[in-house]
Design a protein around this ligand. Structure first.
Ligand SMILES: Cc1cc2nc3c(=O)[nH]c(=O)nc-3n(C[C@H](O)[C@H](O)[C@H](O)COP(=O)(O)O)c2cc1C
Length: 478
């Protein structure tokens, strides 16, 4: 699946709205994306962005609903949250090496050297507070390890400095940042490519906690059960998907930095102000005819941040299974802006909630999620109404709340004070809400939960369900 075949399916299913009116790159496109995503509307495909080259278009909100994520994964659009997570978890462990091909449509058009001009692309100024026009939101950065053949993919934001350079934030806790640090230690310039489009599954995988040393391209191939076709870049010794929409090629000299930010980020705030960050200097831009630039206007949930949470839920499930922890379901609720993981479990032994929380925080991306909520398995972690009820009624305010100071948080956690170590996520900690009944209570001591599902005899429930519509009872609970 490339981006265009995915879009064709979504257009057919009414999951995308095409906006042919002239739209300004300066805030207007961002405002439309934000409104659309906050109202859970269709993805927004802008075909006429002011000042951009003819035929180019901007795409917002591709990943902003679970329905659209299901289409990207190749599942029925009405798949449940847990079906998406299960599918991703099963596919994530498979690997398939990419296939090198001699040419690719991503190189139908080439800008080289002085002809390189990022400003011809439909790059939006997404929020008024942003330090500039952000081309790098739903991008995939490609870099090669200095000491091995490992090629890493990751999503790292990028702000346009001028026609031929962008700021780039390869977070120090991420593999991209670790690889760049090795180049810094050896005073070497790192080749870097950034692609947009191609199979949208690549975005999900690039934002996932793929183990150290594993190339994300092999994970994409494994999930699709088909090798990703890669073509060599024009000016650097790196390979990108042949069907990408747009490819930026160039280098990052770790010794060189420039002010980057602020940028409206995934927690829903403008955090991490102006910071000196590395510069991505471009030697080429290649693109398909009529290139499509995927973008996301991050902010208050829901938005394309969904792309991140799905993989964390899948990875946490794998970790819990590997350690033999009896859990039922895991949810990373989008509403918490990637700050919470909820796990349901039977409570056959004391301390299980602490064990679950510890495992969540050992996952690389799970370590960014400071809140862990553990509930009994009569609660679906994806049903936030029931989870909130459990937090307020089952979690003992003294013995059920466990605070773990000193844990590293995301450098973008809005509550962190602006200390010199904020960039490393220091100054916060983690918290566990244990909403399970104490294991020392016997069956008679555990209060009966008064929900329709577990309270009434089957025969009565069947009769209510059979007549619910006729009696006008069946309104949504939320
Ligand atoms: C839309 C979006 C934007 C992101 N921006 C950044 C960023 O600017 N810097 C960063 O280090 N991580 C960013 N991330 C998170 C990383 O992509 C994610 O942690 C990933 O696992 C990193 O891959 P790596 O460990 O292979 O480097 C972003 C994720 C998403 C979904």
């Amino acid at each position: 699946m490339d981006l265009r075949s995915c879009l064709a399916t979504m257009v057919e299913e009414g999951m995308i709205t095409k906006i042919d009116d002239l739209v300004d790159w300066n805030l207007e496109a961002g405002a439309i994306m934000r409104y659309g995503n906050e109202h859970r509307g269709p993805a927004q495909w802008f075909t006429n962005i002011k000042d951009s080259m003819k035929g180019s278009s901007l795409l917002g909100g591709l990943f902003a609903t679970f329905e659209r994520l299901a289409v990207i994964l190749g599942l029925p659009p009405d798949s449940t949250y847990h079906e998406l997570v299960d599918f991703y978890e099963r596919g994530f462990i498979k690997r398939m090496k990419p296939k090198i091909v001699p040419s690719g449509i991503c190189q139908q058009n080439v800008m080289l050297g002085d002809d390189v001009d990022l400003l011809k692309l439909p790059v939006p100024q997404l929020h008024p507070q942003d330090g500039g026009r952000y081309i790098g939101t739903l991008n995939i950065g490609v870099c090669k390890d200095l000491d091995s053949d490992w090629v890493n993919w990751g999503t790292y934001r990028g702000m346009i400095h001028d026609r031929r350079s962008t700021g780039i934030w390869l977070g120090p806790l991420n593999h991209g940042g670790m690889i760049l640090a090795r180049y810094r230690e050896h005073s070497k310039v790192m080749e870097y490519a950034q692609f947009y489009g191609s199979d949208p599954l690549s975005n999900i995988v690039a934002a996932s906690g793929v183990p150290y040393g594993v190339p994300e391209v092999e994970v994409v191939g494994g999930i699709r059960n088909q090798p990703v076709e890669l073509v060599k870049c024009k000016t650097v010794d790196l390979y990108v998907p042949a069907d990408a929409e747009i490819v930026l090629e160039g280098t990052i000299d770790p010794a060189e930095t420039k002010d980057e930010g602020p940028f409206g980020e995934y927690p829903g705030y403008v955090v991490a102000g102006v910071v000196k960050r590395p510069i991505f200097r471009l030697s080429a831009i290649t693109y398909r005819n009529n290139p499509i630039l995927p973008s996301t206007c991050l902010g208050v949930p829901l938005d394309d941040g969904l792309v991140w949470g799905l993989s964390v839920a899948a990875n946490v499930k794998t970790l819990l299974s590997e350690r033999g922890i009896p859990f039922k379901q895991v949810c990373v609720p989008a509403e918490a802006a990637w700050h919470a993981v909820i796990v349901s479990t039977k409570t056959p032994y004391a301390g299980i909630a602490q064990m679950i929380a510890s495992l969540v925080w050992t996952d690389r991306n799970g370590s960014y999620f400071p809140y862990v909520i553990v509930v009994n398995d009569d609660i679906d972690p994806a049903n936030l109404q029931d989870v909130f009820h459990a937090v307020c009624t089952k979690c003992n305010p003294v013995t059920g709340v466990h605070i773990y100071p000193g844990y590293t948080n995301s450098p973008l956690a809005p509550y962190l004070a602006k200390t010199p170590f904020k960039e490393l996520g220091a100054g916060g900690g983690n918290i566990l809400f244990d909403c399970t009944w104490p294991v020392t209570w016997n069956e008679k001591e555990v209060p009966d939960r008064l929900a329709f599902d577990n309270t009434y005899p089957e025969e009565i429930k069947r009769n209510v369900l059979a007549n619910a519509q006729r009696w006008g009872l069946a309104r949504s609970r939320s």
